[in-house]
Design a protein around this ligand. Structure first.
Ligand SMILES: C[S@@+](CC[C@H](N)C(=O)[O-])C[C@H]1O[C@@H](n2cnc3c(N)ncnc32)[C@H](O)[C@@H]1O
Length: 309
């Protein structure tokens, strides 16, 4: 089955989502994504009708607003994208830089959609004063308007009427996360993020994150986390401590683009941590899993029809 995805986004879990979903309980009341990005895991989850409701959060305000627009006003957004896309045809590069300037003046989520579709590797980059400064991909013009419309409307059909979107620092969500939720976390690389509530927040503090996980344990909330990993002999990120009582699995995330460029055959492996409570729902899990292909998983053969709201 084809899962809709409007935007490419560096770090998206689009390809790994089917594998991650295998560790979800059979029925989820509400799936919460504190680091939603493009919401790839929620979209995949909705496509198989696995959760009743969704809460997508991201501290990047234009990104959170873009998710909101995709879900709630898909046609309006698709029309806006179509206009921008056609305007670029005379001078694609010049048009991109003008759109980027407009975005930096207005934070308009529709322009952000166009920039994400046109920029290098879907990689969101900001300068020191918080301006989006990624360059255009000169070989591509971005998704064609009809393709974009199909993807946007596809996501909207899956999530509209059952999804809340917020723009909070993840720690601010704690109070409203409930025992009956399932939380999937895919934080950015581990660094020190001093700027709360900043749209260019690019890393999280490891110790603060560990405290947050302890709080989730105390509240008896089941969760999964994509966190550290390794590529060849190199590791990235600190592992999470034993005190959290998590189970760590390794997922093959494919060959890194950097390794491919260097002609190496190194495979990136990512950790997926499962909380103790979630483990109680699992009878047996594999230690190492291979990246699945869409349609080959039993999970998707048993797909339930979703309700269009
Ligand atoms: C690795 S990306 C998530 C990608 C996502 N799983 C997907 O499939 O698109 C991490 C996201 O966390 C967001 N983020 C960074 N720091 C955050 C914070 N303190 N609170 C909430 N979101 C944060 C970033 O804006 C980014 O979109």
């Amino acid at each position: 089955m084809k899962i809709p995805h409007p935007v490419q986004y560096q770090g998206s879990k689009r390809n790994l989502a089917p594998l991650i979903l295998q560790y979800f309980p059979a029925k989820v009341e509400r799936l919460v994504e504190p680091f939603a990005g493009t919401g790839a895991v929620s979209i995949a989850c909705a496509a198989v009708g696995r959760a009743e409701r969704y809460w997508l959060n991201d501290c990047n305000k234009p990104l959170a607003e873009l998710l909101q627009s995709i879900i709630n006003i898909p046609d309006e957004l698709a029309d806006f994208y179509k206009t921008l896309w056609h305007e670029q045809l005379a001078d694609s590069e010049g048009h991109y830089y003008k759109a980027r300037k407009d975005f930096n003046n207005t934070s308009d989520p529709g322009i952000f959609l166009y920039l994400l579709s046109r920029c290098v590797k879907g990689a969101v980059r900001y300068n020191s004063v918080g301006e989006f400064n990624q360059s255009p991909d000169k070989r591509r013009k971005g998704a064609k308007p009809e393709t974009m419309r199909n993807n946007i409307c596809g996501v909207s059909a899956l999530l509209k009427g059952r999804t809340a979107v917020s723009c909070l620092h993840y720690q601010e969500m704690l109070e409203d996360i409930e025992k009956t939720d399932l939380v999937y976390m895919d934080p950015p690389y581990q660094g020190v993020c001093g700027e709360r509530d900043s749209r260019y927040c690019s890393g999280i503090n490891h110790d603060e994150f560990v405290d947050f996980l302890h709080e989730l344990n105390k509240k008896e909330v089941p969760y999964l986390i994509s966190y550290d990993g390794c590529c060849g002999n190199r590791t990235y990120g600190k592992e999470l401590p034993d005190s959290l009582k998590l189970k760590r699995l390794e997922i093959e995330a494919g060959r890194s683009s950097q390794a491919t460029l260097l002609g190496k055959k190194e495979i990136t492996r990512e950790s997926l941590y499962l909380s103790e409570l979630l483990l109680q729902h699992q009878a047996a899990e594999p230690q190492k899993c291979k990246k699945p292909q869409w349609g080959q998983l039993p999970l998707f053969e048993k797909k339930k029809a979703y309700v269009r709201l």
